[in-house]
Design a protein around this ligand. Structure first.
Ligand SMILES: NC(=O)c1ccc[n+]([C@@H]2O[C@H](COP(=O)([O-])OP(=O)(O)OC[C@H]3O[C@@H](n4cnc5c(N)ncnc54)[C@H](O)[C@@H]3O)[C@@H](O)[C@H]2O)c1
Length: 352
């Protein structure tokens, strides 16, 4: 449900996430309008002024908290200092969309979850930016898994890779939210929980730090219902972003950058006649939806726009957003266990 009046949004952090993913999603989105930006970097502010005019582009995020003409704050700067701002914004009655990861430090994560609970009681909404939950393939996978189409998930396999040659300093160290475990694996750990309804209880990981901390990693994990999951994650290779979920009765394969990247196979063998037929049907259905996703800058970017649409609807209808700070805290605990496992060279129980 759309709010009665257009929501006025401010973005803190005019980097890749703020200026491209979030501002791009808000452009021409009914129900919300970008009205202010904050970034300590003068070049970033000059770029933002080109988009929204110079009057409401600030260097200091406190200006956003004090501004009564701002309803929603999107926090898109790197992790350090972000939690304090999120808590202050919620306490000031502003709805907050906080980019992942929730926090690096467990104490900060607890503080954010407590701030979310207090805000919820006061009718103020907090949401964590786990855009992959709003990817059309992920939504379809969840619907079909919940409908029992593949049976209970037994095995999950994730790949999330990218090639970064020019990496900002915050991405180079774990403590500031960098490394592929903090920054990338967290998306798929969140999907494992969200698709299966189970918690990750134990994790083993290996990580390599050739150019910066944790620039490649491999994880294996046990879920509370007994399912097993694995992920390879890296930022020194070509791009991929894929997840396969196997049950007794079928398998779902998702390739998140492909418009036709959803396939569901019920039994049989990959490439057999039934598989070829059902893959062709899925591709056909996805081609029909292609023009809509092209309008929203492609399938991958449409997930950020759908995430915003969801948040705006939740604010309008006074509903809990579908990706909470508490979800971020659970995924964060898994990542901390993975980092500890890579350090020790042994499996680690999550939350231990
Ligand atoms: N959900 C996703 O798919 C996705 C994609 C990209 C980034 N992110 C997340 O967004 C965050 C930022 O990533 P990025 O790639 O945009 O980083 P970036 O380095 O491209 O940009 C960060 C920007 O924040 C600014 N900044 C620094 N401190 C600030 C402060 N105190 N207040 C306001 N602005 C400040 C910097 O000057 C810079 O312009 C990270 O947490 C990252 O994990 C999420």
């Amino acid at each position: 449900m759309r709010p009665k009046r257009e929501l006025r949004v401010a973005i803190a952090g005019w980097g890749r996430a703020g200026s491209h993913l979030h501002a791009g999603s808000l452009r021409a989105l009914p129900g919300a309008r970008l009205v202010a930006v904050c970034d300590p970097d003068a070049d970033a502010r000059a770029r933002a002024a080109g988009e929204i005019g110079a009057e409401r582009v600030y260097a200091d995020a406190r200006r956003l908290l004090d501004d009564p003409a701002i309803d929603v704050l999107a926090l898109c700067q790197p992790v350090p200092g972000r939690a304090g701002l999120a808590c202050a914004a919620l306490a000031a009655g502003k709805h907050v969309l906080l980019e992942k990861p929730l926090a690096i430090d467990a104490g900060e994560s607890d503080r954010l979850v407590a701030a979310e609970a207090a805000a919820t009681a006061a009718g103020v909404k907090a949401m964590l930016g786990m855009n992959m939950r709003w990817h059309p393939h992920a939504l379809q996978a969840r619907r079909r898994i919940l409908a029992g189409e593949i049976g209970a998930p037994e095995l999950l396999a994730s790949t999330i890779t990218t090639r970064h040659d020019d990496v900002p300093p915050w991405r180079r160290t774990r403590a500031t939210g960098g490394g592929v475990l903090n920054d990338m694996a967290i998306h798929h750990v969140d999907l494992w929980r969200w698709l299966t309804g189970s918690e990750v209880v134990e994790v083993s990981a290996c990580a390599r730090s050739r150019e910066w901390e944790d620039d490649s990693a491999a994880i294996s994990a046990r879920l509370s219902d007994g399912a097993l999951a694995t992920a390879v994650v890296g930022e020194r290779t070509v791009n991929d972003n894929a997840l396969a979920v196997f049950g007794r009765d079928g398998a779902i394969a998702l390739s998140f950058y492909r418009f036709d990247g959803f396939t569901l196979r019920r039994g049989g063998v990959p490439g057999d006649r039934t598989d070829r037929m059902s893959t062709a049907l899925h591709r056909l259905a996805q081609i029909v939806g292609l023009p809509a996703t092209r309008r929203h800058r492609g399938l991958w970017l449409s997930s950020y726009r759908a995430q915003w649409r969801h948040f705006i609807d939740c604010i309008g209808a006074d509903r809990a957003p579908g990706s909470s700070f508490a979800d971020g805290a659970r995924a964060g605990a898994v990542i901390r266990a993975a980092i500890e496992s890579a350090r020790r060279g042994a499996g680690v129980a999550v939350g231990a």
